[in-house]
Design a protein around this ligand. Sequence first.
Ligand code: PLP
Length: 386
Amino acid sequence: MHQLNPVTEQIQISGIRRFTDLVAKYPDALSLTIGQPHWPTPQHVKEAAMAAIEKGYTTYTPNRGLPALLQAAHAYYGTKFDLDYHPEKEILVTAGATHALDISLRALLEPGDEVLIPGPAYPGYEPIVLLAGAKPVYIDTRADGFKVTSKTLQANITRRTKVLVLPSPANPTGVAYTREELEALAAVLQSTGVYVITDEIYSELHFADGHVSFATLPGMRSRTIVIHGLSKSHSMTGWRIGFVLAPAEIAQQMVKVLQYSISCASSISQYAALEALSHGQRDAEPMREQYRQNRDMVVRALTEMGLEVVVPDGAFYAFPDVSTTGQSSQAFAQALLHEARVAVVPGDAFSALGEGYIRLSYACEEQKLEAALARIGQYVARRTAQ
Ligand code: PLP
């Protein structure tokens, strides 16, 4: 018998992964499970990576990342989102946003700390919190359009609360916070010592182009850690490039965690990222436009089917309520796959608060989406007629 870390044993394989394994058994299914843009990485970015290989830029870089890339990230996020973080002291290049979240939480948390997570939530947060010996505390957002409010935030803060994780736009719901909504949260946090980790990985896929970073609110910068990355904005999920923007004192601690976990992000990917941030300021625009149109199609179709859905502000997900069919999330998703050959992710993959919902990703071509929605419509009509 092996004596392993009980926390690792307690962590479940992601419900998304488990379901995509099942979907693989249905090669004729139309899949709306995908969590990445369906566009290729921009050509100019690929060429920069190929040139980096040719030039032999294949060695370790400084732990924090290439100085030129840190400068480029400073300029890019400064221009786009009004973020002002010192390139040498307050920005780190990580192996994707996942790793950015990991080093942020590990640098902040002590055993026993509580971390507030608005739920339903992206399944990547909870395991990192557990591995740090801390406790995930879900804030139920279902009655509030999937957003944490000043009231629900206040009600969940205790002496042990160390961090609020705040994704905007969010996965799996696509909702994004307005400035006024963020200000209301800031007002509650002002008198506390709670840190905020804002996951802004989908910020360039905000349909109204109205992304507001929590770090830009008066008084909030010193307690805010911003998570960014190129996975979604530049369709670079496999390149593994993310960024942490954090006050110098915190970044200084994080760099140690980064150093001993990965040494540095891939040098080739960093050169690709340098190109993306230097010359790809508008790369996300065509994707955003297509996903906005897809969003409209999805919301229209779901509403016609009689399924309730909160209108997503960004990303490429919708999270309709399927409880009216009388089925659980799992039962609905499995039957939809089996009978209608459409794959979606059961909502319980996004914490227990996702039960009764499904996540569908509209990061795909319009024709495929249209066909999949027609099949879902027929399935729902059959179910509700029973
Ligand atoms: N944060 C959210 C909300 C996500 O949806 C994802 C990926 O789906 C990530 C972080 C991880 O991004 P990355 O691929 O850059 O690690």
